[in-house]
Design a protein around this ligand. Sequence first.
Ligand SMILES: Cc1ncc(COP(=O)(O)O)c(C=O)c1O
Length: 331
Amino acid sequence: MQRAGDTQDILGRVGNTPLVRLDSLSGDGCTYYAKLEGHNPFGSVKDRAAYWMIREAEKAGILNSTRNTIIEPTSGNTGIALTGIANLLGYKSEIVIPEKASEETKRIIRSLGAKVFETSDDLCPKVGAGTDQSIALATSIAENRQDEYYSPNQYANEANFTGHYKGTGPELWEQTGGKITHFFTGVGTGGTITGVGTFLKEKNPDVQIIGCQPQKDHLIQGWRNFEESAKPDLFLKREDVVDSWSHVTNAEVFGLVKHILEEDGMLVSPSSAAVYACMKKHNAPDGSHVVGLFADDGRKFESVYVDQGIMTSSEFKDSLARSAHSSETFY
Ligand SMILES: Cc1ncc(COP(=O)(O)O)c(C=O)c1O
């Protein structure tokens, strides 16, 4: 459990996540890597956005000792990250989450101390007017109680971009010794793809930035299908940075989870399996250095994997024990 004295220590561990070689995909011609964002202190890539959004709001004086409750619509990981970081810094948090998010995700957010509102939204809250119950609820509470509430609004907050432009992008450049040729990630708010993409293109305009698109009615918590959901403002601002899109189905994703466990020794999340699927299908020329962003790990997805018939509960526990994870996650 966290202690107050650990605050700076824990916050200092946001970012600088490992980049590992994917042996199952790498061969003589190309090298494939996974950026393991599950090693962030609250277990996902969203620690970066949450950290930057809270710090920028503090600097601007928007968050302070009286306006001290953070409210945010999220499909899961942002809720965990915001709540965990808010706790460390002495703020309260209220999270609006779609019912379809995994039970484990909702339990973690509650156990970290947030008040949780569930809405009947799809897995990813939609951004279009009239369809975004999670966003509408959070915005309405924040607007009507400005003395107490602050909503970072990750869908438009520039600090979400900055966390990746100043953190994830430079880390990848350094970790690959400037050799990265392709970057694959899913898109929720677009913070990751635009932040990393903008940085990498400044370093080398030939780096290919590939967005992963799930099928309609997908089961990938945190991702957005742009035929079902509007593009967020943050993404629209720099969407030109995306060179191409790779499409992936639920069946492809769930068909790969056990393969990755067996071949690479990792129990991955559905979104990481989806990134893996997109990298696997892509025809990268010899000499390529292909990186996929694994936004979190498999720990929160027992109920999803059991529901999908991927594994039984006891197989899940066994897989978890065999899988390499960060032991330093604070939930
Ligand atoms: C599992 C997962 N992958 C990818 C993303 C996409 O990140 P971004 O919001 O930066 O586009 C998210 C966002 O919530 C996520 O939870």
